[in-house]
Design a protein around this ligand. Structure first.
Ligand SMILES: Cc1ncc(COP(=O)(O)O)c(C=O)c1O
Length: 389
């Protein structure tokens, strides 16, 4: 059987993740670095990305859901690891058996974790979360004392050990925004209040990528970096990725399925959002929204179309992105079926960036990389030991 060449693939450079983490460790100064690998490591592959991040110096890993933290343990990771998002009924006992740090934003979680500690005979490592202004998870300021007291009661019974006090920023990507200082102030008071009642945290943590890069006063003992470890900037205006020494880890490429000559007046793809104004070549890229390509990247009446590197030229999606395919008007370029196009990758190689796709699609680069579909084959380069699929 001959080796099939995929018609489209996602390539992940694990050395880029390793090196980006090393760069962020430098930026973090005395603070430790948690590599945030939730969402299948922002689409980069949970286990491999986590290993590359450890190789770069991340002493912590973080996931939102427990299933991903358990998967990391099953793959052999034994370092500090935290998961922070659950609903009642979660298998906290499994988390304790695997020494996964847990979080609580409300007393119900402290109670459920304490029950699991009783059941397993293991003391939970618990991080208490205060909502300092994001308006998402974390205890509301008014309920913080109640949460701290619930945790201290469980600690007195030997069921939990409060190891962390933490929160999350809302607008750290705009470093001048007044909400950042307000959140910092609230965080300082919440920590002081918890410490005055007897909490002695190992780690206080507040900073995401943006705050790690732009708000050093928010580093505390641990920073939680997600997007930046994958080589993308959380704040492309204030801190472009290449200026802060980050290298994108993901590139997405495809091989043309068809090139054909069409006359002027040819409507392109569903809805005919674009009609050719001259005779031209059309290239068919075998990727669509079933692969995670946003339909908002369509070009024509609704927008400019997302960019692709086709041959040596940056072209744009022409007409609607379909489920499995999209079309690019390549003018008189002489390309043929099988030639490679790059949807996004490393601008240092002349490729569009995930940020360029985000701009064209009205979203953020987080969403572009995270949404690449499982059906796309992944090729891994570097840190994990050469090339593998
Ligand atoms: C609680 C928490 N901390 C840290 C991060 C990492 O954020 P970023 O990817 O902006 O570095 C996230 C991701 O959104 C998060 O939810």
């Amino acid at each position: 059987m001959s080796d099939a060449v995929p018609h489209a693939e996602v390539e992940i450079d694990l050395n880029a993740i390793r090196d980006n983490v090393a760069q962020l460790c430098d930026r973090a100064g005395d603070a430790q670095v948690m590599a945030v690998v939730k969402g299948d490591a922002y689409g980069h592959g949970l286990v491999r990305a986590a290993r590359a991040a450890r190789a770069g110096g991340a002493t912590w890993l973080g996931t939102a859901v427990l299933a991903e933290a358990l998967a990391l343990r099953a793959a052999g990771d034994r370092g500090r690891l935290m998961a922070w998002l659950y609903a009642p009924g979660e298998r906290f006992a499994d988390a304790l058996a695997e020494e996964i740090d847990l979080s609580a934003s409300a007393p119900w979680t402290v109670d459920a974790i304490a029950d699991a500690a009783r059941e397993t005979g293991r003391t939970a490592r618990l991080h208490l979360k205060i909502d300092t202004g994001l308006g998402r998870s974390g205890a509301a300021e008014a309920r913080w004392p109640e949460l701290v007291d619930a945790a201290l009661k469980a600690q007195a019974e030997g069921l939990v050990n409060v190891v962390g006090l933490w929160s999350h920023f809302a607008v750290a990507d705009e470093p001048e925004h007044p909400a950042n200082l307000a959140q910092l102030e609230t965080y300082h008071s919440a920590v002081a209040m918890a410490e005055s009642r007897g909490v002695a945290p190992e780690v206080r943590h507040l900073a995401n990528s943006a705050a790690t890069l732009m708000l050093p006063q928010a580093h505390f003992d641990l920073v939680r970096t997600g997007l930046s470890i994958y080589g993308l900037s959380p704040s492309p205006q204030a801190a472009p990725a290449h200026e802060i020494g980050l290298r994108p880890a993901m590139s997405v490429r495809a091989r043309l399925a068809l090139v054909k000559r069409v006359p002027a007046g040819q409507g392109i793809s569903y809805g005919h959002l674009h009609v050719t104004d001259r005779e031209t070549n059309l290239a068919l890229v075998p990727m669509g929204y079933a692969d995670g390509i946003p339909r908002h990247g369509s070009g024509g009446a609704g927008g400019p179309g997302a960019p692709l590197l086709v041959g040596d030229t940056i072209r744009r999606v022409t007409g609607r992105v379909c489920m499995d395919q999209l079309v690019v008007d390549i003018g008189d370029d002489d390309l043929r079926a099988g030639d490679e196009v790059v949807l996004f990758g490393d601008p240092a190689r002349g490729e569009p960036s995930a940020q360029d796709w985000a701009d064209a699609c009205g979203t953020i680069s987080y969403e572009i990389v995270t949404r690449m579909a499982p059906r796309l084959p992944r090729t891994y380069l570097g840190a994990d030991g050469g090339t593998s699929q």
